[in-house]
Design a protein around this ligand. Sequence first.
Ligand code: FES
Ligand SMILES: [Fe+2]
Length: 379
Amino acid sequence: MDQQLQIELLEELRGLGAEGDFFIGDAVHRSPIERYTSETRFQAEMDHVFRALPMVAAHASELAEPGSYLTVRLAGLPVLLTRDKSGQANAFLNVCRHRGARLVGDGQGCKKVFSCPYHGWTWDAAGQLRGVPHEKEGFPELDRSQYGLRRLPMAERLGMIWVVPDPDAQFDFDAFLSPLQQDFDWLGMAGMVVAESEDAEYEANWKLLAEGGIEAYHFRITHRDTIGPHFMDNLSSYQMLGAHMRSILPRTSIEELEQLPRENWSIRDHANVLYTLMPSDQFLLMQDHVAWIHAEPLSAGRTALRIATLVPKEDFTPDRAGHWKRNHAITKMTLAEDFDVNEAVQSGLASGANSELNFGRFESALHKFNSDIEARLPG
Ligand code: FES
Ligand SMILES: [Fe+2]
């Protein structure tokens, strides 16, 4: 993000804060609760949003060396990521082409070939079928070239591995990702590594978990004993970067910016910047690291999240390990405050108390987020 834009974004929020004003949308909007509770709606989101768009399957540093592999689940599909000996990253359905067994168990590591645990058919890291036990007798006519692993559309961009979990999809990655290029270059995403990571499941719709990040209305209330007092009350702005949203959540220190020459204003020092990528990844910039939250919806009311702490590679040293562990714990603790509330909301939705949720004018990012998802659904 260039200096001029950082100044403009901070100026806008400083102006609003000084006037006791808010960054507001056109109207109050209402969000029907079926968006969060209906399994039909959930399936439509899986089919038309999650299986149709690229998601971050891994940071590229998790698949750095030729021969490295890892398995993930994306939109319910088992996915195998490999880096072959030419250095090319690949994404395959993690499914055997003989009789459909899971080819590689959960986890990551380094392998030249992948051998099915059922009957031992074997593929290399580029997905070519290399071995079939008793092939001559059992499969005399087998054309191995027809039995490569099923490829998924993928791209390695902006320091990450992006995968569309549909083997038949065609996707223009450049058009979808280029609006993020400048910002992700600026934050040095390609030069980061995963310092800490963990997976957890929550009893809440995936959109509720994402929505908590894109408004500051709850900060002083939900986070009153933790980060709340360090942030401006109910003040945030957002801008769209193509299909993705960048939210700016200013700290109280923006009130002292007048003391500093404008050319020294750094948005990272005075605001949290959050990228909410359509559909399933959020990147929250902190002063010296990035928290990455990846969502894998499991049902209308249940979501698996990966929470990872990305840090600059040169800063991932043994003497800094404790610092990153502490920061990761703080991220988790803060997010737990949000997710506890989100789980309560999900159970409240089932109670019948509300037929709609209310988005105030200063919560207009929530309306934008929901309408953009809705626009991708048929009908
Ligand atoms: S199912 Fe994989 S080798 Fe038979
Ligand atoms: Fe929050």
